[in-house]
Design a protein around this ligand. Structure first.
Ligand code: F0G
Length: 451
């Protein structure tokens, strides 16, 4: 097979440090693990900058026509690893995602205000693009022809797009039958070599770790610390949107735990650099059936990972052995956040409620609202506090879930069927009619009477 020889280990673009033993890596192995202890690496934070000057510079860039300035990631490039060649950075103008008020959801949760940062409004429909622009650009600049990831769908869609723009080839490993059609079709259209393995996400990760030892492919999962750096910018952009007034709480879904780690790293760095004087509490919500972090915190106080066999219809977070669990534990401890788990029915209900506010998201994102309701009930979040939900994926990522929900089929024949009775009020199945105005008028009148 004609492939460039493995260039790994390669010199890192920025200073990489092991999160466990602190060793500074002067070379990166294909799996981005510490050569001494095998733990994850992270990029050492920049420690001094003039916050006032940077805020002005970032605002100024919003008037620019340069692609890098138009990217909601690279606009903050002063706090990102400095790539040797800015002209070959791959950008789809990612980031720049809106904040939305969710009045209906606020009322339901028992809060005065509730805000969502919709990371599903990124170019490929998920937050993954913010990290991918950085890590894919590093791959390109280091001369890789192939990039690869194991994925529950969104990483693969994002990676395939950025690879195509590179141009580089991409290899996707996904669990057979457990990735939504929307995400799978993106990877196919963007030209990825897509392998559906007869295993789950954790099995795909295992296989990929072997492949990268044998072939010169560049790993783009979130153990890649450049992805984490890019994903940090969502927090920076959020603070800018809030005029540098940090919210009291930020609520994030937890899967492989890269995103919560990235957002936490960003808030901590922004505090150290003097952009903010208080930290939001970052709380992480998981599906009950994929609750490794919840169990890890409750049963070991965060000292030892309790891996689980994951099962949830929120397929994006169907992960039992999260790679970045130690980073996430640090974020919980440093910010005083909570972990919580939510049931399948609670996820489905919360997703419909976010949809009813005219926003919508994919199931994994809806765990945030479902978890928030519990945190309010527990008194951890107070009604007057400011809360931002991080919605990680677009509604159209998983239309099958939504259709089944509204048709009442989502839990048919499952163990959740009885509990799902409470969903009826949210279900709006399509109404099949003869092609006659009379029929439609009747439906309209009935709807107006609230029937
Ligand atoms: N929400 C969505 C929509 C996701 O796609 C993911 C992860 C998460 C939340 C969890 O984020 O892993 O950083 O804790 N999706 C990955 C993928 C695993 O392959 O697309 P995390």
């Amino acid at each position: 097979m004609q492939m460039a020889q493995p260039t790994a280990p390669v010199a890192p673009v920025a200073q990489l440090r092991c999160i466990a033993c602190g060793l500074v890596a002067d070379q990166t192995a294909p799996n981005f693990r510490c050569s001494a202890c095998g733990d994850l690496l992270e990029i050492a934070a920049i420690t001094s900058f003039d916050a006032t000057e940077l805020k002005a510079r970032w605002l100024q860039r919003r008037t620019s026509r340069l692609p890098l300035d138009q990217s909601g990631v690279w606009r903050f490039r002063d706090l990102l690893p400095r790539l040797p060649d800015e002209s070959t950075i791959i950008t789809l103008r990612e980031g720049n995602t809106p904040l939305y008020h969710l009045p209906g959801c606020a009322r339901i949760a028992g809060l005065r205000h509730l805000t969502a940062k919709h990371q599903g409004m990124n170019p490929t429909g998920s937050f993954k693009d913010t990290g991918m622009t950085v890590a894919a650009s590093v791959a390109r600049q280091q001369g890789f022809r192939w990039v690869a990831c194991a994925s529950t769908g969104n990483t693969s869609a994002s990676m395939a797009a950025y690879a195509a723009r590179g141009p580089m080839r991409s290899l996707v490993l996904i669990p057979e039958g457990k990735v939504s059609w929307g995400k799978l079709s993106q990877a196919l259209d963007y030209g990825a070599v897509t392998c559906q393995l007869k295993t789950d996400f954790d099995g795909c990760t295992r296989v990929l770790n072997e492949v990268i030892q044998r072939m010169p492919v560049y790993l783009l999962n979130s153990v890649n610390p450049y992805r984490i750096e890019g994903q940090k910018t969502a927090a920076i952009e959020l603070l800018e949107q809030l005029d540098w007034q940090p919210p009291d709480h930020v609520i994030v879904p937890g899967g492989n735990l890269g995103n919560s780690s990235a957002l936490g790293k960003a808030f901590l760095e922004m505090k150290n650099l003097g952009f903010i004087s208080t930290l939001p509490r970052i709380s992480i919500i998981q599906a009950e059936g994929a609750n490794a972090l919840v169990r890890t915190m409750r049963e070991t106080g965060g000292t030892r990972l309790i891996a689980v066999d994951a099962e949830t219809a929120a397929s994006a977070i169907r992960i039992g052995n999260p790679a970045s669990w130690k980073k996430a534990v640090r974020v919980l401890q440093a910010t005083g956040g909570a972990v919580e788990q939510v049931s399948e029915v609670e996820i489905a209900l919360a997703k419909a409620e976010i949809g009813a506010d005219g926003i919508g998201c994919e199931p994994a994102s809806a765990v945030t609202l479902a978890g928030l309701k519990k945190l309010v009930k527990q008194g951890f979040v107070k009604s007057g506090e400011s809360v931002v939900l991080i919605l990680t994926g677009h509604l159209l990522k998983d239309p099958e879930f939504t259709l089944k929900f509204h048709r009442g089929d989502l839990f048919a024949g499952s163990a959740h069927e009885k509990a799902a009775g409470i969903l009826a009020a949210q279900q709006r199945a399509p109404i099949v009619l003869d092609a006659a105005a009379d029929e439609v008028v009747k439906v309209l009148e009935k709807a107006e009477r609230g029937l």
